[in-house]
Design a protein around this ligand. Structure first.
Ligand SMILES: Nc1ncnc2c1ncn2[C@@H]1O[C@H](COP(=O)(O)OP(=O)(O)O)[C@@H](O)[C@H]1O
Ligand SMILES: [Mg+2]
Length: 403
């Protein structure tokens, strides 16, 4: 069919033609936002899910909803090894200026600008020009300790928003990449905003290990946020994600074609978009049949192997790859950590560092103690295609140093 009119949108953060199966989350977030604007207490939310589950596009939808309500928003993506202050400072500056600094600036607003200036100085980051000639705010957000200064800054900005009868939502994607210090400071900040009943909320997204990371950083994080699980789509939603966009263009799917796509994708949104996209291009007329799907499945898999899976695989050392290959040997998972070591033929302690590196890189995670799982759906079968023959781990003997 005509590739120009292909409705599907495979790719990281690409808005799908139909955001299927997420109505409940959207409804919950809408209620949170309305409560926030009414000055009622709220928990923040951290969306958790595997790669390609649809966290970023859902977070983007929530962002649009917040903006449409007139809530002031900041939106960042935590980079691997990046610094939170550098990312936040310009966004918070933009919020303050959006709160109408020039006309009829309130005292809280002028204070907040001073606090931001302190913060920018303490962390030596850039935020864009900050107007001078405003009241100094000595002792606020100027210690250089993020755990003190970030909550101070949040408070100052939230007080300014409060004065304007407005509210702030901070959107952060890939939260698991924040350092533990940054995550700790962020949580303390949210905690203080909640205690002071200031109109400030965090809505974030990250890989499933984020729940444990947040809990480790501050034990009360468990009660401070809701953690909606963004999983694969159920039958109805997955079907809608495929069928509706086609229907809008007069194209139909046979039921067994849909069933076949659901079988191979297991309902994961990213894979649904990839299959939809390729099958559309390959179909001869405006009826998509099971044979079209079967014909295209190897093509889609080859494409995924060369791109989506491959980029992740290439970032790993040979030993890390081997660890993942041992996991794949045991099936789709999750796995008992000691079974993986046994598969490798070594004691669990011998590969504990490799496992931790894989967790830090966002390739693996642990739901409960002693367990390990992939963060990328269907990665086990990719590992088997990539490394067809599994060999046990043979740790190299260190040569004795000559005296
Ligand atoms: N609810 C949904 N319905 C249909 N497609 C979706 C849905 N959520 C995400 N997608 C598609 O899945 C892909 C991955 O989405 P993304 O938000 O980047 O995932 P994540 O951030 O969890 O890795 C994109 O191509 C997007 O269009
Ligand atoms: Mg994402």
């Amino acid at each position: 069919m005509d590739r120009r009119t292909n409705p599907y949108a495979p790719g990281a953060g690409l808005q799908p033609p139909e955001l299927a199966g997420r109505d409940r989350f959207i409804e919950d977030a809408a209620i949170d936002m309305d409560r926030l604007l009414d000055g009622r207490p709220n928990r923040g939310m951290l969306l958790l899910g595997l790669r390609g589950a649809g966290k970023t596009v859902l977070l983007n939808r929530l962002y649009q909803m917040a903006t449409a309500r007139g809530i002031h928003t900041a939106k960042i993506e935590a980079p691997e090894g990046g610094t939170l202050p550098q990312l936040l400072a310009p966004e918070l500056r933009r919020i303050l200026y959006g709160l109408d600094l020039k006309t009829a600036a309130g005292s809280r607003l002028r204070q907040a600008v001073s606090v931001l200036r302190n913060f920018v100085g303490a962390f030596k980051v850039k935020a864009g020009e900050i107007e001078f000639g405003i009241e100094p705010a000595p002792g606020r957000a100027d210690t250089g300790s993020l755990e003190h200064d970030l909550p101070d800054l949040f408070a100052a900005v939230a007080e300014a928003a409060n004065e304007r009868h407005s509210a702030i939502i901070l959107f952060i994607d890939e939260v698991q990449y924040l350092s533990s210090k940054e995550l700790g400071a962020l949580i303390v900040g949210c905690h203080e905003m909640a205690q002071a009943n200031l109109p400030f909320l965090l809505m974030g997204a990250g890989l499933p290990q984020l729940a444990a990371l947040a809990g480790n950083a501050k034990s009360y994080a468990e009660r401070l946020f809701n953690y909606p699980q963004i999983g694969p789509l159920g039958f109805e939603a997955a079907r809608n994600a495929l069928v509706h966009p086609a229907q809008h263009q007069g194209v139909s799917f046979d039921d067994d074609a849909v069933a076949e796509i659901l079988r191979v994708t297991e309902g994961y949104p990213y894979f649904l978009q990839e299959w939809g996209f390729q099958v559309w291009n390959a179909a001869a007329d405006n009826r998509i049949r099971r044979t079209d799907v079967q014909r295209m499945t190897p093509v889609v898999i080859a494409h995924l192997d060369a791109n989506f899976f491959r980029v992740r695989f290439d970032r790993l050392t040979a030993l890390q790859q081997k660890y993942l290959r041992a996991m794949a040997q045991l099936g789709p998972g999750p796995y008992r950590t000691r079974d993986i070591a046994a598969e490798l033929g070594v004691a669990a302690a011998a590969v504990a560092t490799i496992r931790q590196q894989l967790i830090d890189k966002g390739m693996a995670w642990s739901q409960r103690h002693g367990e390990t799982a992939f963060t990328v759906p269907l990665f086990d079968s990719f590992m088997k295609r990539q490394i067809p023959v599994f060999e046990k781990h043979k740790p190299k003997r260190r040569k004795k140093k000559r005296q």
